[in-house]
Design a protein. Sequence first.
Length: 288
Amino acid sequence: MVNKRNPSRTPAARERRRPAPKGAATRSARPAPAGPRLPNGVEPVYGVHSVEALLARPSASETIRTLWVQQGDAERRLHELMAQAQSVGIPVEFMVREQLDAAASGGNHQGIMALCPPIEPASEQTLWWRLDDWKAEQAPLFLVLDGVTDPHNLGACLRNADAAGAHGIIAPKDRSATLNATVRKVASGAAEAVPVYQVTNLARTLTTLQEKGVWVLGMAGEAESMLYDIDLTGPCALVMGAEGKGMRRLTRERCDQWAKLPMAGEVSSLNVSVAAGITLFEAVRQRR
């Protein structure tokens, strides 16, 4: 019997008001596609410029296991990169945008992602072997990063180092950013080109560099000498500290000399990657 006075008390009405079981899907809240499971032993390198730089390397077929491309407009927009990958035997698979979003952990993948083996940092012993058997035409030029933990800064420093022709980045194993997908995205191919030497004791490493004839210059805002007054034409290692904290005490004590950038405005310091780029290219200018 229908309750004419209060239709909301009818069995049908009560059934409509009853909450859906916990975890049940509804038409208004359709779950997004789950992110694809990454194969073991690979990590994503995403973004058009990053993937383009990887494909341009002679070892592209060995570096890239699979290329993931977003379905739809990206297929047409990225046709040339897809053809380039397939020409060297790299398989191409198509994914929906939500799947790439999940694999990139929300990063801006721009519709393309390369699955690559992780980059292994070079060892301290490799650095010494390279210095003892130096074959490059120019004198050694290294960028030393003390306490740089932001992957975006490490990626930008790698890009600067590659553009300046530096021979590597030296960083401690602790209190340093790792060579992850974010670093590779920001570096736009430089992470595969510039070796990163991870060392156990940075202060001891700087001492060994000095013993091998490398001049160690620390960049510090309180220094008396300007960068442009320092001779950077010989073997040198340019030391940059973390933004804010700067270099650690033991690192400072191992430097042969300190220098600073001229700061004419209100700000007292620059982002570490910006300061590193200015310093590296001053060395480039002097060496031309």
